[in-house]
Structures are given as C-alpha cells and as structure tokens.
Design a protein around this ligand. Structure first.
Ligand code: CU
Length: 330
C-alpha cells in the first residue's frame, strides 16, 4: 500500500517536472532580486527613454518593496488608489473580523456539543426537535450580517465601476501572447510594445526580476485614469495589485477600468489569466509621475497633451480666420 502510494507520488513528480522544465530552469539560473544594487532613492538618473527622438525622459528607478511583492509577504500590497484603500478596509475591517468571529463561534458550539452531550455524559438524549425562538434567531442574525456586508460591498462595486470623467487620461491596453501593447489615443501616441526584461537586464537596471519591462506605462498621479482593456489572441488579465486593479483582456471586447493614483512610484503587476506557455513572463510596470512630468513624457514620445491643443486654438482664432489646423508640439 505504502509502496504503491510512493510510486504514484514519484510518477506524479516526474510528470510535473517533465511538463515544466523551462520554468524550473528559469527559476534555477536566475539571480534573486535582493542581489541587485538596492536603489535607495528614487533617483531619476540612468536609463533614458529608449527610442525617443524628442526630448529625453529620465525614468524613475523602482524602490525595493514598493509596488511589488516583498519576501515572505502574505498580505496585500500597500494601496495607492482610493478604491484600493476602500477595498483594503472592507477586507481587513469588515470581512476578516466577521469571518473570524463566525468561525470561532461555530467551532465553540461544536466543541461544546461534542463534550457536553457525548454519550457518556448524556446517555438519555433529548427528543426536542423545534424551538421557535432559536429558529428565528438563526434566520434573522445571518440575514442582518449579510445586509451589513452588502452595504459597503455594493458601494465599493459601484465606485470601482463608476465611468471615468471625460478628461480622464485614457490608455488602451492590449494583451498579446505574450507581451502587452499600450496606446494613448488622446495623446497621439500609437501603440508601443512592452516586453519583460531578461534577468541580466533587470539586474543591470535595478529592476525586480520577472517584473521589470523595457517600456512602462507612464501615468499621472491625482488625475483619473481610464484603461480600455482588450486581448488580441486569447484572454489575458491586466492586474496591478497596488491599485486593486484586475480586469480581463478579452478578444473582441473592450473592458474598462478607472482609478486615480495617489502616490508617485513604479508599480508592478503580472498577467493574471492563464494565456499560454509564457503566461508567467508578461509583467506590467506602471510609472506614476506628477502631471508635469507626464506631459514631459508624452512630448518625449512625440505625443501632445489635450490641454496644449486647447490653449493653442484660441490664439490661432484671434490671429486670423478660424483655422481648424491643430497645433503640433515640437
Ligand atoms: Cu497573458
């Protein structure tokens, strides 16, 4: 019997290791993040925007433990969006206490019944089958608990799916096998591709392993952001734990996600829907910067800010005929 189980386990283990050799190798040969030269300050030195012909933009360096998982961590990342903080509160101060109290209460009842009414202590069992008061209590109390949970829960849901205001910064996110494409339709920035860095590149740039990318999404803080999320081939899922964002990227469908980032920094996420062989190697990196720096980045990519066009138009109208030609930033 024992031998048979052992044999089965061995076969399972061998089968599994045969299935995922590349992942195992990648794990083995990789250097740990901790070995990277720890970027103590979020200095803006180093890597300039890769292919920008326009003014260069210095990207921020990630800060160890911010916007990324920490070693040994079992809880949520620190939330940097209002809905994220609300959801965190809901989880930590509503759901967890309710779950804990109910579990302990039921455990206590079970232990009490098992000890107090065991056959040795209570040989002559009661034949009672109904008790109106207790039946009302065990119907009404759970209903009240559920209503109490439903109120903040529905409120949170409504906040998460509130449509973005018209002036929100819009990014179209497309999931591909196996990388992400980002486009800023309102800023005239066409789709660019974001790929994972190799272990060597990540180490060199002080980026976390398996999370660092060559081209990040850059977003302003304090401004509503609207993501339009879709998939090009199979279903992917765009997620950033620090924003409490996780949205499926489905081919032929546009999903929307709105949030406002409150703190500057670099935040990481991963594809969260099994999408094929390299599902585990299509990370997401968001660089949250001040609105001024965001405008700077947009110009460095050859794009324009919607405000710039609006400011230029009245001037043109005053000078001459109502020229419809949009101003182009240089
Ligand atoms: Cu994917």
């Amino acid at each position: 019997m024992n031998i048979r189980i052992k044999g089965f386990m061995m076969a399972m283990a061998m089968g599994l290791s045969a299935l995922a050799p590349s992942a195992a190798m990648a794990q083995a040969e990789a250097a740990p993040v901790a070995a990277a030269p720890a970027p103590e300050t979020p200095a803006t030195t180093g890597e300039a925007a890769a292919t920008a012909a326009a003014p260069a933009f210095d990207h921020a360096r990630p800060v160890e433990g911010v916007g990324m998982p920490k070693p040994g961590e079992t809880y949520f990342q620190e939330q940097v969006t209002p809905t994220g903080r609300y959801a965190w509160w809901m989880h930590s101060y509503v759901l967890m206490p309710v779950i804990t109290i109910i579990s302990l209460f039921v455990l206590g009842l079970l232990l009490w019944v098992m000890v107090r009414y065991r056959r040795a202590a209570n040989p002559d069992a009661s034949r009672t089958s109904h008790n109106t008061l207790i039946e009302i209590i065990w119907t009404v109390v759970p209903v009240l608990i559920l209503v109490g949970i439903a109120i903040p829960s529905i409120d949170l849901l409504a906040k998460q799916f509130k449509p973005a205001p018209a002036d929100a910064v819009t990014v179209k996110v497309t999931g591909y096998q196996w990388y992400w494409g980002y486009e800023y339709p309102d800023n005239g920035i066409g789709e660019y591709v974001s790929n994972m860095l190799t272990d060597e590149q990540a180490l060199e740039r002080g980026e976390p392993r398996l999370l660092g990318v060559d081209n990040r999404i850059v977003l302003p803080v304090g401004v509503p952001v609207k993501l339009i999320i879709t998939g090009a081939d199979v279903i992917h899922s765009f997620s950033i734990p620090a924003f409490w964002v996780k949205e499926d990227a489905v081919p032929g469908r546009l999903n929307e996600k709105t949030f406002t980032i409150e703190k500057e920094g670099v935040y990481y996420g991963v594809c969260s829907e099994l999408c094929g062989a390299r599902h585990g190697f299509m990370p997401i990196a968001v660089e949250a910067v001040s609105p001024e720096r965001f405008a700077q980045w947009v110009r460095s990519q050859g794009g324009t800010m919607p405000g710039e066009e609006a400011a230029a138009e009245p001037a043109a109208a005053n000078a001459a005929a109502p020229a419809p030609a949009p101003a182009t930033a240089s």
